[in-house]
Ligand binder design. Structure first.
Ligand code: ADP
Ligand code: ZN
Ligand code: ZN
Length: 729
């Protein structure tokens, strides 16, 4: 009797054997495709699983096998390539295959829904069509019936015409109208978009990239504002002209509303955008449009990578260096790396774009695996901004701002231009300190200090959900001589308001801007001003095109000079290059002022005096010497427990169990407490496996997973494996 091997979305590193449903004979079982959804009994309930393979028989006694309940889609909805990508990713990241496969389905389908698109419109029933005028008491309902006599209409159209959901519901309830579906027009390019003429470097890149029909990975290395997006747009235009589809990954759509808008303006309704504020039916619909070839371009964040396509012809990964591509919990995949694997499976070209490529990607260019295309000049502005270092040692600072920077802001605003201040810390101050006894506000659940949020009069922990009111007096000595240590954007904003009483000030951080549309509004508002001040965190470093900014002030990035993370210098040079790239994007030249207590730091000298590629080269040399990525590979093993001794003990036994299989040129380091040694009430330990670059690293990863699965531990202890970790916190 043939059996079905089913993966379910549980943290279990195995598939489960089931007998086929009763209505499936051997012949129909033989036709089932891997990737098909199958509903199965599981424990006391039922689950939607995915068929991984069929087997002639099970190792388990047939009388003990349960029978699958139903096959939802006999033909797999996932393309063969996507199914293979999921299996490959589960292997590579040593992650339960059921959880990986689940990602390839939108939430509605994970719950077993059919793929048919949900109704989005209403039309009259025969009764509705025959309803005599004047018989309905409600004039609104009568008007709606009248309106629908000429043509069915989508709910959104009707709403725009003033028919509320309750009116629509009322006529449906009376049996006069019924829900139906209207397909939106598939192609409606907006006539307003003008396509710029490419410069010669852009032209060369588009021409070469458009020629590729097989797998080929390329890096589009273009300085900030050099017109990378324009290269994507025109290459994609060529791809879709051949009837193929394109997938575009971006780090975070909420932070880059302008990018999505540019794609839609150029290509109209043929672009699908997957973002976090879509409803489940909307998400399922975009997925279905990609799968059936109804949309030509899909723009989305990292999980969009797992969307099936009818005919994928090109993958673009914008800002490929961005760490948002790495998922930091659960299934810890790197979307850029998996995108390359996917392109290989789909036999299509892939373009990674960045002004500050990751060292991994640069190393792939150096070894000849990736082709490099360069955009070395700004598309609109004359040149890159000029730099100035402000040595803030012994200077009086106001909310972290030096006299020189404040003066430069005044001059910029007086000229009718905009200044942007970058401060990568939100809140008022980093923490609260008692001036009399030295007590500091520590989070009760984490090994970290609580941040002062003055507007809400609260202390908040940025690592867990904890918050409490600002204390009136010191819990230790009852004094009320408080000091706020360190500067956040909230404090800088207050200081700027007193220094620039007549200037509009925009603060952009996750406390003030919660959604893409809010960010869009703020960016629009900024563009209506001449002189104004913009203040914000990391959010500002992303690819916004603010044409009137001519001064960028980098308030404080010194902490990154002393980080223990081996990527700190790479991140710092990327951050400085990206933030400075917001200056002088329009016609007028830009300046960058960098405040620091360490004006002689080598990394500042490099970023300022040479191009990013040169800086990256010297960072790569250092990595080479230390055997760190991309020259080595890391597997990070985490254990979190309420009891620090239990976490350490677990990793010690893991180390013991693993050392026999450790090859001579590999290294196990730890267990050591994580840099953030306690979070949300759990103590965190790490064991690090350092290997030379290894084609078969996943073999070790899966062995580690198997070993950890066998090791006994307290129920509340949780462990995880992170392959190619980006974050060591
Ligand atoms: P990047 O993605 O490299 O930051 P963009 O593609 O956003 O750069 O381009 C920066 C600005 O220059 C945009 O406003 C864009 O419309 C404009 N631009 C790009 N290419 C050209 C070109 N060839 N001619 C004129 N303007 C261009
Ligand atoms: Zn005190
Ligand atoms: Zn906390």
């Amino acid at each position: 009797m043939p059996i079905l091997r089913i993966a379910v979305a549980k943290p279990l590193r195995t598939t489960f054997d089931y007998l086929p449903p009763l209505d499936y004979d051997d012949a129909s079982v033989a036709k089932l495709q891997a990737g098909a959804r199958v509903e199965v009994p599981f424990g006391k309930g039922r689950l939607i699983g995915v068929l991984v393979s069929r087997a002639p028989e099970s190792e388990i006694n047939q009388t003990k096998l349960k029978r699958a309940i139903r096959v939802i889609d006999p033909a797999s909805l996932l393309s063969k390539n996507l199914f293979e990508l999921c299996l490959w990713a589960a292997q590579y990241y040593a992650h339960p295959v059921g959880e990986v496969l689940t990602l390839a389905f939108p939430p509605l389908l994970r719950k077993g829904a059919e793929t048919t698109a949900p109704p989005n419109a209403v039309k009259l029933t025969p009764e509705g069509r025959l309803t005599p005028q004047g018989i309905l008491k409600s004039p609104k309902q009568a008007a709606l019936i009248d309106r629908l006599q000429t043509q069915e209409a989508t709910r959104s159209t009707l709403k725009a015409e003033g028919y509320s959901s309750s009116i629509i519901k009322a006529v449906i309830d009376k049996g006069l109208a019924t829900p139906c579906r209207i397909e939106e027009p598939e192609f409606s390019p907006s006539a307003s978009d003008t396509v710029p003429t490419l410069n010669s470097e852009q032209h060369h890149a588009v021409e070469q990239l458009s020629k590729q029909t097989q797998f080929k990975a390329s890096l589009l290395y273009g300085i900030t504002g050099s017109g990378k997006t324009e290269v994507y747009l025109q290459t994609i235009a060529n791809t879709i002209a051949t009837g193929a589809q394109a997938m575009v990954l971006v780090p975070e759509i909420a932070l880059t509303p302008q990018t999505a808008a540019r794609f839609q303006q150029r290509f109209g309704a043929t672009v699908g955008v997957l973002h976090s504020s879509l409803t489940e039916p909307q998400r399922a619909r975009e997925w279905e449009r990609a799968r059936t070839g109804k949309l030509q371009i899909l723009l989305g964040t990292r999980s969009a990578l797992f969307t099936p396509f009818y005919r994928l012809g090109l993958i673009v990964v914008d800002e490929e260096h961005d760490s948002a591509y790495k998922q930091q919990d659960g299934f810890r995949y790197h979307a850029r790396d998996l995108a390359i694997k996917r392109a290989q499976l789909e036999q299509c070209p892939i373009v990674l774009g960045s002004a500050t490529p990751s060292l991994e990607t640069i190393s792939n260019v150096n070894s000849g695996r990736f082709e490099r295309y360069t955009l070395s000049t700004r598309a609109r502005a004359a040149s890159l901004p000029s730099w100035q270092i402000i040595d803030v040692r012994q200077q009086t600072l106001r909310a972290g701002l030096s006299e020189a920077l404040v003066t430069a802001c005044h001059q910029t605003i007086d000229k009718g231009e905009q200044a942007l201040l970058f401060l990568n810390r939100r809140g008022f101050a980093h923490t609260l300190l008692c001036h009399d006894c030295g007590w500091v506000a520590q989070c009760d659940h984490c090994d970290s200090r609580m941040v002062i949020h003055k507007r809400h009069n609260r202390l908040r922990c940025h690592h867990c959900q904890a918050q409490k009111p600002l204390p009136k007096t010191c819990p230790n000595c009852q004094s009320n001589h408080w000091q706020g240590v360190g500067n956040g954007t909230e404090r800088a904003e207050l200081a700027l308001q007193t220094m620039f009483p007549d200037t509009p000030i925009y603060r952009i951080d996750s406390d003030t801007v919660g959604s893409a549309s809010q960010l869009d509004d703020v960016l629009d508002a900024i563009n209506t001003h001449t002189g104004c001040l913009i203040l914000g965190t990391q959010m500002l470093a992303k690819g916004h095109d603010l044409a009137s900014v001519t001064l960028v002030g980098i308030v404080d990035t010194d902490a990154l000079l002393f980080s223990s993370d081996f990527r700190a210098e790479e991140r710092l040079s990327q951050l400085l290059t990206q933030v400075s790239g917001r200056s002088g994007r329009g016609e007028r030249p830009g300046t960058v002022m960098l405040q620091t207590h360490h004006p002689d730091a080598e990394i500042f000298r490099q970023v300022i005096h040479q191009d990013y590629w040169e800086t990256a080269k010297s960072l790569l040399d250092a990595r080479h010497h230390s055997g760190l990525p991309p020259f080595g590979q890391i597997i990070l093993i985490h254990a979190d427990s309420k009891d620090p001794a239990e976490a350490e003990r677990f990793l010690n036994s893991a180390r013991h169990a693993l050392s026999s299989s450790l090859p001579a040129n590999h290294l196990l380091i730890g267990p050591l407490p994580a840099p953030l040694s306690k979070r949300a009430g759990k103590f965190r330990y790490q064991l690090t496996w350092l290997a030379p670059h290894e084609k078969n690293l996943h073999r070790f990863a899966n062995e580690i997973a198997a070993t950890l699965t066998r090791l006994p531990h307290k129920h509340e202890l949780s462990w995880a494996i992170d392959i190619d970790p980006q974050d060591f916190l």
